[in-house]
Design a protein around this ligand. Sequence first.
Ligand SMILES: Nc1nc(=O)c2c([nH]1)NC[C@@H]1CN(c3ccc(C(=O)N[C@@H](CCC(=O)O)C(=O)O)cc3)CN21
Ligand SMILES: CC(C)C(=O)C(=O)O
Ligand SMILES: [Mg+2]
Length: 302
Amino acid sequence: MAYFKQQRPEKVTVPSLRASKERGEKLVCLTAYDYPTARIIDEAGVEIVLVGDSLGNVVLGYENTIPVTLDEMVSATRAVRRGVTRALLVADMPYGSYHTGADDAVRAALRLIKEGGAEAVKLEGGRKRLQLIERLIAEEIPVMGHIGLTPQSVNQLGGFRLQGKTLEAARALIEDARALEAAGVFSIVLELVPREVARIITEAVKIPTIGIGAGPHCDIQVLVIHDLIGLSFTENRKPRFVRQYANMRQIMTEAISRFAEDVRSGSYPAEDESYAVSPETAAELELLLNEERIEDREQRTI
Ligand SMILES: Nc1nc(=O)c2c([nH]1)NC[C@@H]1CN(c3ccc(C(=O)N[C@@H](CCC(=O)O)C(=O)O)cc3)CN21
Ligand SMILES: CC(C)C(=O)C(=O)O
Ligand SMILES: [Mg+2]
């Protein structure tokens, strides 16, 4: 490419992901839910930014992703959109937004694309979603699949447990992945599945696999940003696939404690952390104040 182009890495697109897999490149995906975090992640060179419905857990404080609404996802996606220029921007379809029929699903996906600015949507489920996925793709909406642990099924599953452990369950996952590829998804999230199963699926499909708790053989790895920087799980309760690269909880706690201490001791704000009128205006203000005091006294003596 000419010298005046290619100053920055090229924009990541749906077709460029497949080309990356063909070249054997490992890519990175992280979640984001707000503008400043999205900007940091994009500028760090991460290839895919996912506005996950894990928003429900890490931003809204829910137990699971079930209560997350389409409005909440659209709002977060709009904020993230403003911070992302190079990465591919994908938004999760929340629980309920694609479960009441294909027309409703198209409408929900179009809101994430048109209002949110997402370039693709992700939805959970294997073969049972094939018709729905084909319909979305027919309406020019790129779709990312998601199999293994599908957190929107938590009430059916009874918890966030490893999936595809038995021979039968592993075969079902491999069939789901093949069917999703045939339906036209551009990538598949594999969540909480044994590394051997993830390897077989990754080798069986031409589209990239995106692993979370799925071992090293996936084409792409994804984590929730709050898990990476220590703002979600506590050390003794974090899932084994989470590697914590920073302790922002500790950094924030220290900053907040020091601010509170400085306010209470009177050391904040200092003189150069507030504003003053000119000395002349200060003198005039002083005079004005004295006149008012005199008037006050005269009124009270009447
Ligand atoms: N902050 C956050 N990070 C996530 O990765 C995440 C969410 N929220 N919310 C939606 C789902 C739920 N996820 C989870 C939640 C808990 C475990 C967990 O506790 N796993 C245990 C047991 C696994 C097993 O052996 O069956 C573990 O130790 O990994 C795993 C995935 C992944 N997703
Ligand atoms: C972890 C990823 C795959 C996700 O679905 C989410 O963050 O909601
Ligand atoms: Mg999700």
